[in-house]
Design a protein. Structure first.
Length: 407
């Protein structure tokens, strides 16, 4: 029995490594109470933008009066914040209690960290009589543990990019096929991706499942500060200044409009507008300091870095970038994009078993390196002018956000 939240989290996180697939988890759910089947779920997959889209969906539904549970990963401040109700993370007492109640069963089925988190979340959501749960897929879709769910209200595919290629495939079309694996028989799928090859893969997957396929329409940016846009003849405003968030917002809006049209959810136009405006997803183009202007962003692959670069083009110069990433990412392309764009570029590292070490990277051009990421941030901020942009990994951003929160 765990006596503290730290003991419970340490044990759960020690089970993080597991082969892809969810056979043992499915067997566990078949032979025990399946709380996931008791919930009304919106299932969200995609390479980038999943977390932001989940946040916008949740904000709109809370505005409409629903009790909304969200399950996302990785965490930002502490492990439990993967599981939230109306934006507030699960109480540590509930996390510890449910963990102690189920530890022996979880062990006997050899569940992974992600599966234990998901089961714990579903138990808590049922206890709390949650109206709607927004479930973010972890890795891919077809073989992701969240794909044990049977009848989501809707399957949402936000975007497709090259990431986790060792598991999902080495082309965007192959990755699209994996993401499209969340589409259910006779279900509804909302597609936010625009690349024709990927859209065709997702559309074909929907046809094979006799599911209804809905593509997110084009939008038009109206103003940049505040960031406002038009979608389906309706004007919306975002709290973020990141232009890449417009496509995520449109995916969330289209999802809720389609659910409303089918009487799956009740939400007004005004509630949609207010929900989009109030939505905030920490760690995405997030201002953590104003002297100098310091922004953290969880871009963690080449696709995300390119989108970040577009949003950062209007930031005050000089622009200093502090970058750290995981060793299994497309490091060279990410670094080159930011290095050529920034006035100052500092490569750093952080303490995580998958993190890249600066000494392991050999580039064809000189790059400023600083192993201590806190020192790297201080170096970047020392000029007291322009903008500091900190990015490269969601795990890195988690540590940086906690650092600035403590400061």
């Amino acid at each position: 029995m765990f006596l503290s939240i730290e003991e419970a989290v340490n044990w759960i996180t020690s089970q993080r490594n597991k082969e892809i697939g969810f056979d043992s988890f499915q067997r566990y759910l078949n032979e025990n109470e399946n709380h996931l089947d008791q919930l009304r779920i919106l299932h969200v997959a995609g390479t980038n933008g999943k977390g932001s889209t989940v946040s916008m969906l949740a904000s709109c539904l809370v505005e409409a009066g629903y009790k909304v549970g969200t399950f996302t990963s990785p965490h930002l401040y502490e492990h439990e914040d993967r599981i939230r109700m109306n934006g507030t993370q699960i109480p540590q007492s509930d996390f510890l209690r449910i963990c102690n109640q189920n530890k022996e069963k979880w062990e006997s089925y050899h569940l992974s960290m992600f599966e234990m988190d998901l089961d714990l979340a579903s138990i808590w959501f049922v206890e709390q009589k949650t109206d709607i749960v927004i479930l973010e897929a972890g890795l891919g879709g077809r073989l992701d543990s969240t794909n044990v769910i049977q009848n989501p209200l809707v399957s949402v595919i936000v975007s497709i990019g090259l990431d986790h290629m060792e598991r999902l495939g080495d082309t965007e079309e192959k990755i699209a096929y994996e993401k499209a694996g969340i589409i259910k028989e006779n279900g509804l799928v909302i597609c936010g991706e625009k690349k024709l090859g990927c859209v065709e893969v997702i559309r074909n997957a929907a046809e094979n499942k006799r599911a209804e396929f809905v593509s997110v329409k084009e939008s038009k940016i109206l103003t940049s500060s505040p960031l406002s846009f038009e979608y389906q003849n309706q004007q919306y405003e975002l709290s973020s200044l990141a232009s890449y968030q417009v496509s995520n917002a449109c995916t969330a809006i289209e999802t809720l409009l389609q659910c409303r049209d089918r009487n799956l959810l009740n939400i007004t136009d005004t509630q949609l507008i207010q929900g989009i405006k109030k939505a905030h997803w920490a760690g995405r183009f997030d201002v953590v300091c104003t002297d100098p202007l310091t922004i953290v962003d969880g871009a963690h692959n080449a696709h995300g870095i390119k989108a970040l670069k577009e949003s950062a083009s209007s930031l005050p110069r000089p622009l200093a970038v502090v970058f750290a990433c995981l060793k299994d990412k497309d490091k060279e392309e990410m670094i080159k994009t930011l290095h050529d764009f920034a006035d100052e570029f500092i490569l750093t590292e952080f303490d995580f078993y998958r993190a890249m070490h600066v000494d392991d990277l050999v580039l064809s051009y000189p790059v400023k390196k600083e192993k201590d990421w806190k020192q790297a941030i201080k170096m970047a901020q020392s000029k007291k002018e322009g903008t500091v942009l900190i990015t490269g990994s969601l795990y890195f951003i988690s540590e940086v956000m906690a650092y600035f929160k403590a400061e």
